[in-house]
Design a protein around this ligand. Structure first.
Ligand SMILES: O=C(O)CCC(=O)C(=O)O
Length: 226
């Protein structure tokens, strides 16, 4: 559970949202429309603000243990899982929990926008810029279709894609000088839709940004059944 003081801090998000920079994409080498992902604004700032506050009060976040290279480590963010089904990633099994009311509203908006039905949701809470998620692909065997819709609420954060395989990364770095292929500054209300070979050919991450003091909630909708 998040303590009340933390929720109060989250509600202060309105104060800084006035100064957020425009969303930015830095494409490298390939044109953006060649990539197996799309990025757009789904909710305006006022709506996203209100949804952030509701989600912060509604979601039951906790810091979980995962296994990396056989070693137990605490996740560098808080998470919760909502679905009728279990979900296993990084050696940890998440048990079923019902979709909460605000999540159901957002889920309906995303499904209308993308024409995809989602039956699983991983919620992430980044308490500040120290919280992060390292390079990974969402390619667990529980996921039936390569369709992931990722929604951002709260503090703007960088979000990067890179090639999954070292040989492609090395070739890309030799050609461009950069280890990653695209970077977005995700704003509150933004949607990133990952599809086709996004998880089999690319990895993504939210890097640490020590100057970010405010929290961000991310909803990552997934497809577990057909
Ligand atoms: O917070 C984000 O935007 C990404 C989250 C993510 O990559 C994941 O949950 O697998």
């Amino acid at each position: 559970m998040i303590p009340a003081t933390r929720l109060f801090q989250m509600q202060q998000i309105k104060l800084f949202q006035k100064t957020i920079p425009a969303t930015r994409l830095i494409p490298r080498m390939a044109e953006p429309d060649e990539y197996p992902w799309e990025h757009c604004r789904l909710f305006d700032t006022k709506t996203a603000d209100a949804l952030f506050t509701r989600l912060a009060n509604e979601l039951d976040f906790a810091q979980n243990t995962i296994f990396v290279g056989g070693r137990a480590v605490l996740e560098r963010r808080l998470t919760c899982w909502q679905s009728e089904l279990c979900y296993t990633y990084s050696g940890t099994r998440r048990m079923p929990a019902p979709f909460s009311p605000t999540v159901l509203e957002i889920k309906a908006a995303v499904e209308t926008k993308l024409g995809v039905t989602f039956d699983g949701l991983l919620c992430n809470l980044y308490r500040n810029g120290h919280d992060q998620i390292g390079w990974h692909s969402d390619d667990e065997k529980d996921l039936r279709k390569p369709n992931i819709a990722s929604l951002s609420f709260g503090a703007p954060r960088k979000f990067r894609f890179r090639h999954k395989y070292r040989a492609s990364r090395d070739a890309h770095r030799a050609a461009t000088g950069s280890g990653w292929v695209a970077e977005y500054v995700l704003q509150s209300g933004d949607l990133v839709h990952m599809y086709d070979n996004c998880q089999s050919a690319y990895q993504h991450s939210i890097p640490c940004e020590k100057t970010v003091k405010e929290p961000r909630i991310n909803l990552t909708f997934r497809v577990l059944t057909n």
